[in-house]
Design a protein around this ligand. Sequence first.
Ligand SMILES: Cc1cc2nc3c(=O)[nH]c(=O)nc-3n(C[C@H](O)[C@H](O)[C@H](O)COP(=O)(O)OP(=O)(O)OC[C@H]3O[C@@H](n4cnc5c(N)ncnc54)[C@H](O)[C@@H]3O)c2cc1C
Length: 249
Amino acid sequence: MNYDVIVIGGGHAGIEASLASARMGVKTLLITILAEQIGASSCNPAIGGLAKGHLVREVDALGGEMGLCTDTTGIQFRTLNASKGPAVRGTRAQIDMDAYRIYMRNVVLNTKNLDVKQELAEGLVVEEGAVKGVTTQLGNTYVAAKVIITAGTFLNGLIHIGDKKQVAGRQGEFASVELAEYMKGLGIEIGRLKTGTCARIDAKSVDTSVMEIQPGDTPAPPFSFRTDKKNFNPTQLPCYITYTNEDNT
Ligand SMILES: Cc1cc2nc3c(=O)[nH]c(=O)nc-3n(C[C@H](O)[C@H](O)[C@H](O)COP(=O)(O)OP(=O)(O)OC[C@H]3O[C@@H](n4cnc5c(N)ncnc54)[C@H](O)[C@@H]3O)c2cc1C
């Protein structure tokens, strides 16, 4: 099957790349491990924050979907460092992770010029030093003039839980091992960045009445320039802060 552009990966980056390509009228294919998980956040439900908030706004200014999706599915909006100078402020939203994923998946599946295949990309078709397509674990070959790889945290993914290690993209999802090996074979150096995340706790098991409450801002700052600021009034949930040592640091 022939395409103009193939995007590998249906995470935040792959969604924006495939939407931008398809919306420009270019025949695009998105190959992703689980179509159900298009737009899934790998972990915490935070969008934006310092530095990353600027990135979300830049994606939005270029016509991307992330800001609009966040404004639709956000459950808390705050301007971080609001008491400090403008250079260090950042918008951050907490999202409903399920609602965010479903919104994104619907947008992707209903975009013209964009096909989605639920497959694991294993390698590239390379001819005379130029990429010509993608091969998958099911034995399919998809041809395209351009291939964009947004395999994210899945590329050679490894999860540590306490002392245990497991090869996985996200918990319960395949890692992208073959593609990493293939890229290594092309002479591309493959590394791994580490990210740590706190333990998940059951809200019913903690006493929030003794914690510091952190409400969202009123008025709530939306992410997208296309969201009507005047009528932006999302239902916001509070965050609760606690500390693990006595000097509260
Ligand atoms: C534990 C953890 C906590 C995090 N917490 C936050 C947070 O709170 N806020 C924040 O902003 N960022 C957070 N991040 C970082 C954030 O998840 C990443 O920056 C972001 O997901 C990167 O987006 P991406 O599209 O590049 O990749 P990903 O979101 O990792 O998406 C990669 C996609 O590629 C697909 N894929 C991979 N390999 C293949 C293949 N061979 N074939 C087909 N499909 C493939 C996967 O199925 C997936 O859909 C966290 C990351 C982790 C791991």
